[in-house]
Design a protein around this ligand. Structure first.
Ligand code: F6P
Length: 469
């Protein structure tokens, strides 16, 4: 079997003692994928090292995975990560033109860092390696590797939404971004909507033509595009949730609830997650249901994220203020409606908290997939499961038909859905849970990885009949 080389912006290198660094959904998924197959994981260490140029790698073996990571200097972090990736591409892909801040300097930094990564990665590659690049930070990487003579098969997975042509074309260098994607052999998206949007950008903006069955030709290169919804390590998470009931944080939470029902939300502090609208909806629910007073508590766990980006720093202040206002006006001496926690909790504690929560609120304004939605369902007790309230704008809504699907911009409707979730009879809850769980077990992270890599390794030549899902 060919060696797998995974490239992602952040690489959670396990500590010398063997523990894993704190990781986001993507890192957890890739960790699970690499664990079973072994291979090389290349990317940024997450560390900023003064002014030093990126010219050396730290390489460490851990189990069957070799980690190769580079530090970035201050300027690279500012321009490549904070600037172009998180102030231009991120808001653009989440349809937030109002927050998109394009700068030519940042764009130059973005391409410079991708070139440096390609220069460091190329000498580590073997001729038959399968290379799998992840996330919007690294779109130009394949083109840079090709310039250096790398002939391996290279796939790209876009974890976040792909916008429609009208939105993408507001980015002054959108043609270079499209050209970067066309240099891959396979480009994967989370949903059929993202694939449609990408095809629209390709064809309507005149960058290439469709050859049918997911194949495109652009800039003289034929490549495949497909929909590969990411999954979670379902069985492991089920076991983690059962075990999580013994976790001290979960026990403390249970004790402190004193028979109050728990509603939970877990998100990075990001404007795409709809946290403000969700708090408004919970507040509205409390106003509409006098019996909720003292009987329901909403726990929103929100680790701080990308605080160096001004829009995130502003949001941090806005959410803290909103939470304070709602608690001040609705709370009582013995009841706090919203518990707002800016901490990163361990996955065991989170799994246990999901299990004790009667409702999970996953209401992003736009999201590629949202693995919290899948984890919340996987964590439930099958005999007495909680209810998932899910935004129609999360990729997960394309699969999770047992959730209460809401429009997060509609505060009133989301408030009603919270009420419905909390008071739903157990038979209806079980029915919803049973309609989702088999899919979560079947389309888990291992299946996602296998499906993508099977297509990547098979698509050597354009075959018009070789269709994708
Ligand atoms: O795909 C979204 C993503 O970029 C993931 O790579 C990552 O887990 C998450 O967002 C957090 O982002 P950051 O690395 O900027 O903290």
């Amino acid at each position: 079997m060919a060696r797998l080389v995974v490239v992602s912006n952040r690489v959670p290198v396990p500590s010398a003692k063997g523990g894993t660094a704190a990781a986001g959904g993507l890192a957890v998924a890739l960790e699970a994928a690499l664990k079973s197959r072994g291979g090389l994981w290349f990317g940024w260490s997450g560390k900023t090292s003064g002014d030093r140029e990126i010219e050396w790698l730290e390489i460490r073996d851990h189990g069957n995975v070799t980690y190769a990571v580079a530090d970035l200097n201050r300027r690279d972090v500012d321009e490549y990560y904070t600037g172009f990736a998180n102030r231009a591409l991120w808001p653009l892909c989440h349809y937030r033109l109002d927050l998109t801040d394009f700068s030519r300097k940042d764009m130059a930094g973005y391409f410079r860092v991708n070139r440096s990564f390609a220069r460091l990665l190329a000498p580590l590659l073997r001729p038959d390696d399968l290379i799998w690049v992840h996330d919007y930070h690294l779109i130009p990487l394949a083109a840079e590797l090709r310039h250096m003579g790398v002939k391996n098969r290279i796939g790209f997975f876009h974890h976040i939404p792909w916008p429609p042509a009208d939105v993408l074309s507001t980015l002054p260098v959108h043609d270079t971004i499209m050209r970067g994607l066309a240099a891959y052999d396979l480009v994967g998206f989370q949903t059929d909507y993202d694939v449609e949007n990408f095809a629209g950008c390709m064809i309507r903006e005149g960058f290439g033509k469709s050859l049918g069955h997911g194949w495109f030709e652009s800039y003289g290169h034929k490549f495949q595009v497909g929909n590969f919804a990411i999954g979670i390590d379902t069985q492991t998470f089920v076991a983690m949730a059962e075990e999580g009931m013994k976790n001290s944080i979960v026990k403390r939470t249970c004790d402190s609830l004193r028979n109050c029902d728990l509603v939970i939300g877990v998100d990075r502090l990001d404007y795409s997650k709809g946290i403000g609208q969700r708090i408004e909806a919970f507040s509205r629910f409390c106003e509409m249901s006098p019996s909720a007073k003292g009987q329901v508590t909403f726990l929103q766990i929100t680790p701080k994220s990308r605080s160096e980006v001004p829009e995130y720093a502003q949001m941090q202040r806005d959410i803290a203020e909103l939470t304070g206002r709602v608690n001040g006006s609705l709370g009582d001496v013995d009841w706090t409606p919203i518990r707002y926690v800016n901490k990163t909790l361990g996955r065991g504690a989170l799994a246990g908290l999901y299990r004790i929560a009667k409702a999970g609120l996953v209401t992003p304004l736009r999201d590629g997939m949202n693995l919290v939605a899948k984890e919340y369902v996987a964590a439930q007790d099958p005999t007495d499961p909680g209810v998932l309230v899910l935004s129609r704008f999360a990729g997960a809504a394309r699969e999770m038909d047992g959730a209460l699907i809401v429009n997060p911009y509609d505060v009133e409707a989301t408030a009603n859905a919270i009420g419905r979730a909390i008071s739903m009879p157990v038979e209806a809850r079980r029915e919803r849970y049973n309609s989702m769980m088999p899919k979560l077990l079947e389309h888990d992270v291992a299946a996602w990885c296998r499906d993508f890599l099977d297509v990547l390794s098979a698509n050597e030549e354009f075959e018009p009949e070789a269709g994708l899902r």
